[in-house]
Design a protein around this ligand. Structure first.
Ligand code: PLP
Length: 410
């Protein structure tokens, strides 16, 4: 389908030089230019194929260029791309209906990214605090988050992300965020006071090192919130939309949050973010209290609908549940095989972290050389994020490549 024609050397050099000259230097970018993708594979500008377990950082849920998704975007692009939120469009209505179907009775707000979804959650916590304080602004505004969290790069998200490398240089931050130990319910309970409006955690921390909340911790947070009239806000930006084998990762714990932030996999590569807020709480927003020009365009929602179609029609969540079990077991075998190098393997479904004994950057670079693309995460972790369409063979290949690199990597 794709001509495997390599980009001329001149053009390759030009791309690198143009990046050097004109693109903001806010990333430590790999020296790799990707030019096309299909399923779990991407090709660079020399025609070399890689197994892509970065998936655009948990974004390309259907892999690259799934035919149903491509057709949906092409059709919608030829019909109507953007309308603003001053008017209705059937795609936004239908995507909201389907997300409510997964989350429960409530309402959906569409935006463009994970950080924007989380901004809306943080604003929701302020509105809830305002109501709790009988309408007195600035009285009840605190949000309890977790250490090692990552909620995005906007001022709200960054302030909820207690990491020096992210906050450095940008202070003063948004006030009101306090931090407990993940999976230590008492440390969260100890932080609750009259000024607390919400608890906000990732169901599985992604950037922080693939650290799942235990089911008991989530159940405990739910009880703590209910008892103290706090909102339980869950960041499912990275772990949601089928990645763990359930549509939302919190489903495994059998709890119900008050609001959910999502993005990444929802558009399958097209930018879209969304917030679901449960009934009664959703009414805290009223016309004029929040908004965005681009959120939930006909095109973005067409991409989201196509992702949900494929998730459902191809039974991807059941496949993730089934195929991840032997894959994670095989990865865990690396802990015994390379005890000097691999400390632990954790995660769920297709969101897995391989914790290394040393800085994982050289291993990730060697994996790239060997033909596997994957990102790192905090705590010396190699993150593996296959598309939800990845086959058992592709998963096995990732283990073989890791083994090969770990054998060669001294
Ligand atoms: N929340 C979580 C859990 C994330 O993993 C990310 C991004 O990695 C974000 C929020 C921010 O999302 P975005 O980069 O789309 O703004």
């Amino acid at each position: 389908m794709f001509p495997l024609m390599s980009t001329p050397t001149l053009l390759r050099t030009a791309t690198a030089e143009l990046y050097d000259a004109h693109v903001l230097k806010n990333y430590a970018r790999a020296a790799l230019t990707l030019v096309r993708g299909r399923g779990a594979s991407v090709w660079d500008d020399t025609g070399r194929e890689y197994l892509d377990f970065t998936s655009g950082i948990a974004v390309s849920a259907l892999g690259h260029c799934h035919p149903h998704w491509v057709a949906a975007i092409q059709k919608q692009a030829a019909e109507l791309i953007h309308t603003s939120n001053l008017f209705r469009h059937p795609n936004q209505a239908e995507l909201a209906r389907r997300l409510v179907g997964y989350a429960g009775p409530g309402r959906v707000f569409f935006c463009n990214s994970g950080a924007e979804a989380n901004e809306a959650l943080i604003k929701l916590s302020r509105l809830h605090g305002l109501q709790k304080a009988g309408g007195e602004e600035g009285k009840c505004y605190k949000v309890i988050c977790a250490k090692s969290a990552f909620h995005g790069r906007t001022f709200g998200g960054m302030s909820a992300t207690p990491q020096e490398k992210i906050q450095k240089g940008f202070r003063p931050l948004t006030p009101g965020f306090v931090f407990g130990e993940l999976n230590n319910l008492q440390s969260f309970a100890d932080l609750v006071d009259d000024q607390t409006a919400a608890i906000f955690v990732e169901t599985i921390q992604g950037e922080g090192g693939v650290n799942p909340c235990t089911p008991e911790f989530l159940v405990g947070l739910r009880e703590l919130c209910t008892k103290n009239n706090l909102l339980l806000l869950l960041d499912e930006v990275q772990c949601g939309i089928g990645r763990t084998g359930a549509f939302y990762a919190f489903e495994h714990a059998g709890i119900q949050p008050d609001a959910i932030g999502m993005a990444k996999g929802l558009g399958g590569g097209f930018p879209i973010g969304a917030v679901w807020i449960r009934d009664n709480v959703a009414e805290l927003f009223h016309p004029g209290s929040h908004g965005t020009t681009f959120g939930g365009t006909p095109l973005a929602c067409a991409a989201g609908l196509a992702v949900l179609d494929v998730l459902e029609q191809e039974g991807l969540m059941a496949k993730v549940r089934a195929q991840s079990v032997p894959w994670i077991r095989a990865l865990q075998g690396l802990v015994q095989e390379f005890p000097q190098k691999v400390v632990a393997v954790r995660g769920q479904g297709y969101l897995v972290g391989v914790q290394c004994a040393q800085d994982p950057a050289p291993v990730v670079a060697a994996l790239r050389e060997a033909g596997l693309l994957c990102p790192t995460a905090g705590g010396q972790v190699i993150r593996l994020l296959p598309p939800l369409t990845a086959t058992a063979e592709e998963l096995e290949r990732s283990v073989a490549l890791l083994r090969k690199v770990l054998q060669g990597n001294s």
